[in-house]
Ligand binder design. Structure first.
Ligand code: C2E
Ligand code: CA
Ligand code: CA
Length: 429
């Protein structure tokens, strides 16, 4: 990868030139990320100029290491860096790459990186196409996003999130969500999963719910991304995991032979802390082997296969099952798939919904079932809404399923009652 010297603040010119060239040659998505190490003056006051310079040089080095060959980084000011990432597949990949940079100041695996923990790193990001199509507008957008990150105490802010119209919405939601998580105002609902071949109950997927006093119910499709874009995702995940595992312990105590599945957001897979979190919750609730399934999305894994596979392997060693969620919608290549440490594939509900009408969807579902079985994995179909689809899935050999036909997600109390009502009932034929 090309770099400009990080020691002396390099003129903006080199960076500008690189960005201009990359905009001209860009295919796919290009991201401009501006990073600021915000507390350098304080570090200098405490530890001296030399330490401060050493930290900045170390940070520059780590940024370079975290980037790909095609990316470019330059120190653009006393405590700021500019990064250009090009040829990205979509905005999600840009966010993942930026989060990797954000995490440079959080990781503590090596002593050298430990020092970086002292740095208060903030990132602003702008995308092309979308947030500007020339150097000046992109830099302005990224800079604006950085200002918002600093004001709102967020690590990373993408420009689109704080466009004039939606800014108040996003900020309000962030603060309200923080309060909801802190005060235990989130809920966890459970959607039953059944064995498609026998009709027996397998367990449930835990799904976060937020009934805001101010806004009414807020969809997880809205608040999960807000949590993911900030540090709230860690306490939110802990809350859902803890609720699900506490309930799992109670269901087992009541004699139900079932498990529970929890969604693990992409960003947390790059954080070694997740293994510690799961390990400690497993020993607190003593939920046993192979009862907790963690659902991960493909796109997250593609961003950093090696790190993700290592984390997945450690989670499995703890006795967790790993499911690949929304399978078929990401970009998994067979070379990665070959060694994927997973126990289950979940067929995205878009394919399942289309099965009855669309033979292409049907063939995709069949292919996913076959490949899962060829690799000794179970297959779960999501979004089963009618009997015909259920029958087709059974015929194709699909292992498990969930969807409105069986039940919608429900509160823990309703799910308890649902389980009890079926305890002695015959499984559906
Ligand atoms: P997902 O993991 O794919 O979850 C399944 C979604 O499909 C749920 O929506 C569920 O209610 C919905 N669904 C289930 N059966 C059917 C059906 O038969 N038809 C249709 N049309 N939909 C069905 P929900 O609860 O709104 O969750 C949306 C997404 O939000 C989830 O997608 C997941 O990505 C995310 N999410 C929800 N809870 C959590 C959480 O605790 N943590 C994280 N990280 N993400 C969560
Ligand atoms: Ca899921
Ligand atoms: Ca899914």
């Amino acid at each position: 990868m090309e770099t400009a010297s990080a020691e002396a603040p390099k003129p903006y010119d080199r960076f500008s030139l690189e960005v201009r060239e990359r905009i001209a040659a860009n295919e796919g998505v290009l991201a401009i990320v501006v990073l600021e190490a915000c507390n350098m003056a304080r570090i200098e006051a405490r530890f001296g100029r030399e330490h401060r310079d050493r930290l900045l040089a170390l940070l520059a080095e780590r940024i370079r290491e975290a980037l790909r060959e095609v990316d470019f980084v330059a120190q653009t000011g006393e405590q700021t860096f500019g990064v250009v990432l090009s040829g990205l597949r979509n905005a999600g990949h840009a966010t993942l790459a930026a989060k990797k940079l954000l995490r440079l100041s959080e990781e503590d695996a090596q002593q050298a990186i430990k020092d970086l923990e002292a740095i208060d790193l903030r990132l602003g990001m702008a995308l092309c196409p979308g947030d500007g199509d020339d150097l000046a507008s992109l830099l302005r957008s990224a800079q604006l996003a950085l200002e918002v990150a600093k004001d709102s105490q967020q690590g990373l802010v993408a420009y689109e999130q704080q466009s004039i119209d939606s800014s108040t919405v996003v900020w309000d939601m962030h603060d309200e969500l923080a309060a909801a998580i802190r005060d235990g105002d989130l809920d966890v609902y459970y959607q039953p999963k059944i064995d498609i071949q026998t009709g027996a109950i397998n367990g449930a997927e835990a799904l976060a719910r937020w009934f805001s006093a101010k806004r009414g119910p807020v969809s997880p499709d809205e608040f999960v991304p807000v949590a993911e874009a900030s540090k709230l995702i860690e306490p939110m995940t802990r809350f859902v995991l803890n609720s699900a595992m506490r309930n799992l312990m109670m269901w087992q105590r009541d004699g139900h032979d079932i498990g529970v599945a929890v969604n693990l957001p992409s960003s947390m897979l790059l954080d070694p802390g997740i293994v510690v979190m799961v390990d400690s919750l497993m020993s607190i609730w003593d939920t046993g082997d192979q009862r907790l399934t963690l659902e991960l999305t493909e796109s997250a894994i593609v961003a950093d296969v090696e790190t993700c596979f290592a984390t997945m392997t450690r989670l499995r060693e703890l006795g967790c099952r790993i499911a690949i969620d929304d399978f078929g919608t990401g970009f998994s290549s067979f070379s990665h798939f070959k060694s994927i440490p997973a126990d289950e594939l979940k067929i995205d509900r878009a394919f399942v919904a289309g099965m009855r009408e669309d033979t292409a969807d049907q063939r995709i579902v069949e292919a996913i079932i076959n490949i899962a079985h060829a690799f000794d994995m179970k297959v779960v179909a999501e979004g089963i809404e009618d009997r015909e689809t259920l029958r087709m899935l059974r015929r194709l050999g699909c292992d498990a399923g969930q969807g409105f036909l069986v039940a919608e997600a429900m509160s823990q109390e309703d799910y308890d009652a649902w389980l009890d009502a079926r305890r002695y009932a015959q499984p559906e034929p």
